[in-house]
Design a protein around this ligand. Sequence first.
Ligand code: DAH
Length: 454
Amino acid sequence: MRPLIRTARCCLLRARVRAMATLPMAPLAAASISSSASSSTRPVFSSSRPSRLLLARFFPAAPAPVGQRGLRTSAAAAAAVEVGGVKIARDDVVKEDDPTNNVPDTIFSKIGLQLHRRDSHPLGILKNTIYDYFDKNFAGQFDKFDDLCPLVSVKQNFDDVLVPADHVSRSYNDTYYVDSQTVLRCHTSAHQAELLRDGHTHFLVTGDVYRRDSIDSTHYPVFHQMEGFRVFSPDDWSGSGMDGTAYAAADLKKTLEGLARHLFGAVEMRWVDTYFPFTNPSFELEIYFQDDWLEVLGCGVTEQEILKRNGRTDHVAWAFGLGLERLAMVLFDIPDIRLFWSNDKRFTSQFSEGKLGVKFKPFSKFPPCYKDMSFWINDAFTENNLCEVVRGIAGDLAEEVKLIDNFTNKKGMTSHCYRIAYRSMERSLTDEEINNLQLNVREAVKNKLNVELR
Ligand code: DAH
């Protein structure tokens, strides 16, 4: 789903599979790095730059530039956070000396914030509205989880939901690894297997998910998803004249069409066949909204193997996953994904519990400032790594990082020129501030990515 989202982040796994299925990958040993970028308006594309380089962490040791040292200190000082009864300290997640760890402090600082659990935050309002739909139509049936720890095993995040060993989403370029066996979940599907094993047959899981990605107004490395899951037993479909799969697919479509109407009103909808590793058949639901087709979610009939492995042989199930930011941006007219993280009263005071779809009124738009930088890339260069460095220095002031020029010279050296848009959602930035940021970004890009600035 990042766009989970060819247009929604929720479809990343599908889309990346499409693009990358044939590419060789050995993410943990000799990490092959691929670059990927996507947005809510252009199709996800992924291209790979297989590298024989062993990843000595993403960024080879270099003194932290000023901006980043500041971040480190403040995050290091932060107390441990607690999520779902699990205490998570900064040092449990950010391990600068561990080559199998690629979690920066900017990411650690988001763990535990749980925007989806704030009832007056757009994401909390949306979550609660979806809960209302399930409560109204399936009273008491769906168990709800919104506090499961985002630190999960590679097995939970990938193997348990049948993500192939060579799938691009497993790469260090796309996923935050705490160590070779532990990741920050990149989707809420990571909890399907454990909940099934615990005996749950109807559940909704909402949580923060983490993905390394490009920078633009619809992409942020932490976002929120909701997973839905429903199991059927043979008794459910025996009298229907359908087989289990057809029965589950029909129920899935009916349920999700109802959900889309609950959120968007009487809209035109269409179903698109797609691919996910964990469902077969797999679909996307799109609605016609504000003069365009909008992907709402990904879903399908759960692969039998998942049910079999988790104590539900002879059952069938459906599952869906949706990206909360993507839908909230449309429903509340929120123009930039960074706003969800804002504590500015001019943002937070516009939303209140239970009020879905109140239109956000931008508090005067502050001007962006553009800075270009060009460098000769190397084999290990990826745009995700670049964006991580930029965010490490500029934080949320980085609005967009965009490749604007790309050429290879006669010697085979490739130059990239990136345009960075800096903009605060809350105030005007001074020239001096931007110039300093850009200087620090240039230093960090040179040192951490080992590229040659031009
Ligand atoms: N996990 C998928 C993603 O993050 C979204 C998804 C698609 C979840 C289909 C599902 C599903 O449960 O059936 O891209």
